[in-house]
Every structure is written in C-alpha cells, then in structure tokens.
Design a protein around this ligand. Structure first.
Ligand code: MG
Length: 434
C-alpha cells in the first residue's frame, strides 16, 4: 500500500469570545485537516492546528509523504521527534499552544502519524486504539471547560452565530454556564479557565462552583501563568479545600522554578493540591528538571504537540514511573481531533484525570465529520466499533469550512490582537499580571 495523494484543508470554525490570560478568542478558530489517500482508495484523516504556518509545514514534507508506505512513513519521519523538542531538548514556552516554534516538527509529525493510523485502521478494519496497544477503556471521560466570556456566539457578518451560553463575567454567571454545560453533556469534572479577572473574583468563582456542585465533582483552575509566585500561593491557600478531592492548580505561574516554589510553600502549609502543567512540561526534555524540583505533579498530554499518540503513551509510562499524574490538554477543535484524543486516552492505563475538551464551544454548523457532532454522554466519548478513528469527513461540511477560512481575515491565532480590537486597545499579555 502506497500513499498516492496528500490533501491539506485549511478550515475555520466559529468560536465564541472566550477569555484567558492570552487575551480574547477570535470569532473564528482555525484548523488544518489532512487526508492521506492510498493507492487502493482508502483515506486516512487527521486534524491539527490551524492557519498558514502549520499548513506550510505539512506542505514541506509532501515529497516524503507521496509514494510512502503508511506503515513505514512515521519511521521515516522519526528524526522529526527524536532530535528536537519532543525528544530530549527542552521546549518550555508560554506561547499560545500551536505557536511554539520549538515543537513545530512534533506537531507536523503527529498529524501525519494520526492520519497514517487512521488509514491503516480503515484498511485492516480495526479501530486505531486497538492498533496501538489496545484499549483499556471503551469510554473516555472528559471535563467541562468553562470560560469567562463576553456576549456572542462567534462568527462574523452573515455567519454570526447564536450565543448558546451568554455572557459570563461574574462568579454567578460562570456557575450558570457550568450547570448548563453539565446539563447538556453530563461532565463529571470541571476545568475552569482563570487568569482573566482579579484573583479574588476567581477564588470566589471556584468557591461558588464548589457550593453549587457539592464535594463529589473535582474542580481545577488554570490561569495560564497569570499569577506571581506569591499570588499563586495565596490562591492555593484560599482554595485548599475546593481543589482537593481530585482537582489541581494548573500553571499558576511561569516556569519550573516558580512552580517548585509554589509547591514547597503550599506543602509547608500542609496543602497537597497537585500542580498541573501543559506549559512548563511540554517535552520529554523538561521532565528530569520537573521531577528534580517536584515542580509538576500532573502533566497534561496532548498528542497534537507531544509528537503523536505513541509519544503520549510513552509519556504516560514515564509519568507513572515518577509518580506524576496524567491529564490531557485541549485546543479549539472538531470531531476528528476529539476522536484521536479519545482513542489515545482509551489506550492509556495511567490516565489519572478526565481529559480537557473545547468541544462544547463549537457547533454542528461547523462539524466536518459525517453524521454530525460526536456525542458526549455522561461526560464520556465512547470508542465506536468502527475502523480507524471511527469518523470520516463530510465533503460538503469540509468545503464550507474551507470557504469560511478563505472568507475570514485570520491566518493565525492572535488573542492579544483580538483583545485590543474589542476590549482595550492598550492590552498586552503580561506575565505575571497579578
Ligand atoms: Mg493549561
């Protein structure tokens, strides 16, 4: 079997005005979707970061992809993950995920790996999870991902969307958003995006969430490095009770040294809240120092930038070895990515937290998989008994996504520019802000 065609589809999907320490989400989130078609007419698909840069990086390896055997292509491309940031080089970054130049090769490789696995799975009639070691669970738990947000549902001009969740810029409205999301999807854990309002307001938000949801629902907060070490410690102290019972404090401040100091000071107070990260540990090269400093107790994996599903499986084993928990990071995405995330998570015994997903923030209008949105039931995505990733592309919906991309002015994610356009012309990302 040889790959005879390699198609790259830049697409855009409506995205509501969500806030984080990076700024404000643009009205469209961007993705690239690829198809690898074999000479016997089977097509493998994958979804990755959007915009021009990732598309160019994929285009740059076209010559190696065309004519390659899908069983061997990832071996041929393995220098992309062996030597660089996904190997033993450290890639720590505070940039928007997907914009870190140090793991660009790992992202490109991961896209090809996913599409090859889908192609192989569809060719032999087996699900991807069962090709990469076999599933240990059929249902993968995901967490609700509430954000402070402005009014609006995303999209622009005559493509403007309904605002399903409404504005949420207070503790009360954020709790309302979580209850609505839980009502619809049944999520059993909450990952709350902070780093947006004064820490006191965010502390109050988490307290109200705890009060509204009871003790059984794990709560996490992720301010994306917006706090100083002192503020991180204060929030950790204030929320010691709320974040216990399966929660964590994610990337409160910048860097392993800062995280280590927060950890030591919280432990000195008898507070064992784990610190999680998808920023301070983004490559295998970061792990020795993170372990030495006890800076990170939970790593958020992401096959999109860790160099693919098999790298995530290796990461899980390394984390288990060092007694570090494993969760999963998410970016705005559609159903192809959701299924890839679910497949790798289903094969990972050491997955100690429900995975993140932005999926509730996207809608059926933008979904590109045949049959529409992937169901999330009782907070879980079920692995279907279908070959490959279990999804195929809807060509009409894909064409609409491409048209949306052509018509919109955005070519990369830029939350800072969007913040300046709509909220404050002088706003810049400042770390720490508080
Ligand atoms: Mg994070």
């Amino acid at each position: 079997m040889r790959i005879r065609d390699f198609r790259i589809h830049p697409i855009a999907m409506a995205d509501p005005p969500l806030r984080s320490s990076y700024g404000l989400h643009q009205p469209y989130a961007l993705r690239n979707v690829i198809e690898l078609e074999s000479d016997d007419g089977v097509t493998g698909i994958a979804e990755t970061y959007g915009g021009d840069e990732p598309a160019r990086a994929l285009e740059a390896i076209r010559e190696q992809v065309i004519g390659a055997c899908p069983y061997r292509l990832t071996g041929d491309l393995s220098p992309m993950i062996d030597g660089g940031a996904a190997g033993l080089e450290r890639s720590q970054t505070h940039r928007v995920p997907g914009e870190n130049p140090l793991d660009a090769d790992a992202r490109t490789y991961a896209t090809i790996e996913t599409a090859c696995l889908d192609l192989i799975g569809k060719s032999v009639g087996k699900p991807v999870c069962d090709l990469i070691g076999g599933r240990v669970r059929d249902k993968v738990p995901f967490s609700a991902y509430p954000f402070y947000k402005h009014a609006g549902g995303g999209g622009e001009g005559d493509d403007i969307r309904d605002d399903e969740y409404g504005e949420a810029l207070t503790p009360e409205s954020l709790v309302g958003q979580v209850q609505q999301m839980r009502g619809q999807y049944g999520f059993g854990s909450i990952k709350f995006k902070g780093g947006v309002l004064e820490p006191e307001i965010e502390i109050e938000t988490v307290r109200q969430l705890r009060q509204a949801l009871g003790q059984a629902v794990p709560l996490r907060i992720d301010p994306n490095c917006a706090w100083s070490v002192d503020t991180s410690v204060k929030v950790g102290q204030a929320l010691a009770g709320e974040l216990s019972g399966g929660g964590y404090l994610e990337d409160p401040c910048v860097g392993l040294d800062g995280m280590a100091e927060v950890r030591q000071r919280l432990l000195a107070d008898g507070i064992e809240t784990p610190l999680a990260s998808n920023v301070a540990v983004t490559s295998f090269g970061d792990i020795p120092e993170a372990v030495r400093l006890d800076a990170v107790q939970v790593v958020l994996c992401d096959h999109h930038y860790w160099g693919g599903m098999r790298q995530v499986q290796q990461l899980a084993r390394v984390c288990q070895t060092f007694g570090i928990g494993l969760s999963m990071h998410s970016n705005s995405h559609l159903g192809v990515s959701l299924m890839a995330m679910a497949h790798v998570a289903s094969t990972t015994p050491h997955l100690t937290y429900a995975c993140d997903t932005h999926y509730p923030w996207q809608s059926a209008t933008d979904e590109i998989v045949e049959g529409g949105r992937v169901p999330i039931v009782d907070g879980c995505v079920e692995i279907p008994e279908k070959p490959g990733l279990g999804v195929t592309l809807d060509p009409d919906q894909l064409a609409r996504g491409r048209e949306r991309f052509r018509n919109c002015p955005y070519r990369k994610r830029d939350d800072e520019a969007e913040m300046q356009r709509h909220i404050d012309p002088n706003w810049t990302r400042k770390l720490p802000r508080w």
